[in-house]
Design a protein. Structure first.
Length: 138
C-alpha cells in the first residue's frame, strides 16, 4: 500500500479512487456512451497499451467526453499492437492498430469528437457465426 506523506498525496489517492468508482458506475449503463476497449494481453502490454490506456482515461476525463475505457484480452492483431476498439453510440466498432499516445490523441479529436476516420484502422476480416448462418455460409 502506498504511504501517504502529505495532503496532496491523500487528495491524489481520493481522485484516483473516485474516477475508478465513476467508471464502474458508468459501465452499468453503457448505452449512449463511447466505449473503448484496449487490448491488454502480453503482446499489447509489451508494446505500450498500458500507457495508451492511462492516456485515454486521463484525456477523455480532461476533455469531458463521456466514455467508458476498459481493458480486454487479445484481439488477434498482435502484429499491430497496441490496438484499441472504439465504438461510438449507435455505430459499429472500429479497431485501430499501432496506437501510441499521439495516435490516441488524434482518435479522440478526429474520430470521437468529429466522426472523421483516422489512419490506422484494421479491417475486420471475420463475421460472427450467426451472420454466416444468415448468409448461408455456415
Amino acid at each position: 500500500m502506498t504511504k501517504i506523506k502529505s495532503l496532496a498525496d491523500l487528495k491524489k489517492m481520493k481522485d484516483n479512487l473516485q474516477s475508478k468508482i465513476a467508471l464502474r458506475e458508468k459501465s452499468d449503463s453503457p448505452e449512449g456512451r463511447v466505449i473503448i476497449k484496449v487490448a491488454m494481453a502480453t503482446c499489447g502490454i509489451a508494446s505500450g497499451s498500458k500507457e495508451v490506456m492511462e492516456y485515454l482515461v486521463d484525456e477523455l476525463d480532461k476533455r469531458n467526453i463521456d466514455a467508458i475505457v476498459t481493458q480486454t484480452g487479445c484481439m488477434g492483431y498482435c502484429y499491430a499492437e497496441p490496438t484499441i476498439e472504439v465504438a461510438l453510440p449507435g455505430q459499429e466498432p472500429v479497431v485501430y492498430g499501432y496506437v501510441d499516445t499521439k495516435r490516441a490523441d488524434e482518435i479522440i479529436e478526429k474520430y470521437i469528437r468529429n466522426q472523421e476516420l483516422v489512419e490506422g484502422i484494421i479491417p475486420m476480416n471475420y463475421q460472427t457465426i450467426e451472420k454466416d448462418k444468415e448468409g448461408g455460409k455456415a
